[in-house]
Design a protein around this ligand. Sequence first.
Ligand SMILES: Cc1ncc(COP(=O)(O)O)c(C=O)c1O
Length: 426
Amino acid sequence: MSSSLDLSRNHAVEMDRRDGLRYFREEFLLPKKADGSGQLYFCGNSLGLQPRAARAAIGDELDAWENLAVEGHFKGQRPWLTYNDLLRGAMAELVGAKPREVVLMNTLTVNLHLMMISFYRPEGQRRKILIEQQAFPSDRYAVESQIRMHGLDPAECLVEIAPSEGARIISESTVEDYLEQNGEQVALVLWPGVHYTSGQFFDLTRIAHAAHKAGALCGFDLAHAVGNVPLDLGESTADFSVWCTYKYLNSGMGAVAGCYVNERHHNRSDLPRLHGWWGTDPEARFLMGPEFIPASGADAWQLSNPPILAMAPIRVSLDQFKRAGVGALRQKSVAMTAYLEALIQSELGDALEIITPANLERRGCQLSLRVISGRQAGRVLFQQLEAAGTIPDWREPDVIRVAPVPLYNRFEDCWLFVNQVKEFLG
Ligand SMILES: Cc1ncc(COP(=O)(O)O)c(C=O)c1O
């Protein structure tokens, strides 16, 4: 793109004018600076913006609570008892799963623990969990504590795969090589869909196949992948996956998370699982019997009755994805991120390094940037951006993450960002 790149602001505005998805921006509430003008928001990778319709969706459930009280579980437009059924089909489409393989419950780390209770079963010499060296801390803490729960030592059982010498990203072949050589010791591979610091989108099918070939199970953390990149969990053959809905799915802080269990594990009586009444067969749930009769599908992993007020925004978000179309969103995402990349290379190539893979297939909308002159200069730049009301985010040790989100960001935002950085670094 860079050889024929038009650097003018007019060009960015023209691309926005031709963008068939531009009206979706109007459906979101954009944060404002103290003077009332809009901020440049590039942080959908951390917390997606509030859809205007979220307030009314929560209000609908408050109304149902007001008017129906306990009967709202069974009556009204959206009975709470079957609320998951309103969401799971559209959610399953986003991750490439069958509806009965998906359930919305709890939060990401809680779901990760529930999945590891079932799918981390160390036995004999096969007791290691494989993760990436820069795993999200919560995942690492969860894995470490699960290993300890089995009376094992993380120093022996937690294996962290590092990028090869001098690299910031991990090649799938490094994972494959490790598993080929040491696979008989690995019980579980837990891998991210999109890496939170580098923005690298892994080939999930390769990772899952390598794990299975070695005789291990495989789970994915899709926090930075869902709503950002095309996913096909069915094709990947993953055993389980977990994700949150407050990033690219715009469902609000601490929103209810997603969980996927591949159907080959449904109805297995040999799998250990933590039980609660919401995991029972709906037909038996209100018989109040002592025996746990599992629901079919991923629902059997549910524990409690779901927080409907927190789930209402997910309904709004999934509706937006359906109306926009995942294909069109991906197309815009690829184009907008490539535009931002080309602007950075052309205008800031001497000052900024882009860590995120250049291969469009191996990234989502996030670009992870490093100021070449060092961490301190990166911190200063980030603070200058913040003071100017521009919101990327900072991840230690030295990464500025910028995510132009196709539902609400504009090509002009990318242009403004690059010109602002140029001014600060100039
Ligand atoms: C990759 C990844 N995993 C796990 C988490 C933890 O999520 P939660 O606090 O919802 O459990 C996050 C949160 O940002 C994340 O980015």
